[in-house]
Write a protein that binds this ligand. Structure first.
Ligand SMILES: CC(C)(COP(=O)(O)OP(=O)(O)OC[C@H]1O[C@@H](n2cnc3c(N)ncnc32)[C@H](O)[C@@H]1OP(=O)(O)O)[C@@H](O)C(=O)NCCC(=O)NCCS
Length: 160
């Protein structure tokens, strides 16, 4: 893996920082996010640590105050070379609809472009919602090309 992938950061002029450093992520705050995501469940600490270690997390911090609170996340599951699955895109409600989601997508897009052997990226989203627009318009995602389909199977940890 390119180690620089886990050490990137972007500064937003309105007092936010996006970082891929997994060591910065506060586990309990991330678990609060999972409690609020309809598709996820909170996890025991050891499982959370494993999840972070094996993902590329784009963690968004509010840096207006010294505590640098975690306010959002976008998590990639990947081999960091050839394929990537984007999941767990989330902002705390107070931080939504201010353009931060679009900004996170632009940083992800930049990272995606920097990976020369990456074949592609997939994600799953409800059809017809605002999030579908976000991914299509700001991350360049598109429908699977016909006749391909996406199959899935729920696991024991699925929330829905
Ligand atoms: C999805 C999410 C990260 C988007 O971040 P955001 O900061 O609210 O979005 P932004 O303000 O940056 O911009 C949203 C853009 O995408 C569209 N969009 C995204 N989510 C939307 C929503 N829920 N309702 C309406 N439009 C939405 C808008 O059209 C807008 O584009 P435009 O300015 O060209 O009209 C955030 O709303 C969120 O955390 N939602 C709850 C969790 C969730 O649903 N995650 C995605 C699961 S697939």
């Amino acid at each position: 893996m390119d180690p620089s992938l886990l050490n990137r950061s972007w500064t937003h002029e309105q007092g936010f920082q996006l970082s891929t450093n997994p060591n910065q992520i506060p586990l309990s705050d991330l678990n609060d996010f999972f409690s609020d995501m309809p598709w996820a469940n909170p996890l025991p600490e050891a499982a959370l640590r494993n999840l972070i270690r094996q993902s590329l997390c784009f963690a968004l911090y509010d840096v207006h105050n010294a505590d640098h609170k975690l306010v959002g996340i976008a998590r990639w599951i990947s081999d960091f070379v050839s394929v990537a699955y984007l999941t767990d895109v989330y902002l705390l409600p107070a931080y939504r609809s201010q353009g931060l989601g679009k900004w996170m997508m632009s940083c992800i897009d930049e990272t995606f472009h920097s990976m020369e052997h990456l074949r592609g990226m997939i994600l799953i989203v409800d059809r017809g919602g605002g999030e579908e627009i976000l991914y299509r318009k700001y991350l360049g995602m598109d429908d699977l090309q016909s006749p391909a389909i996406l199959l899935d199977r729920k696991g024991r940890g699925s929330a829905r």
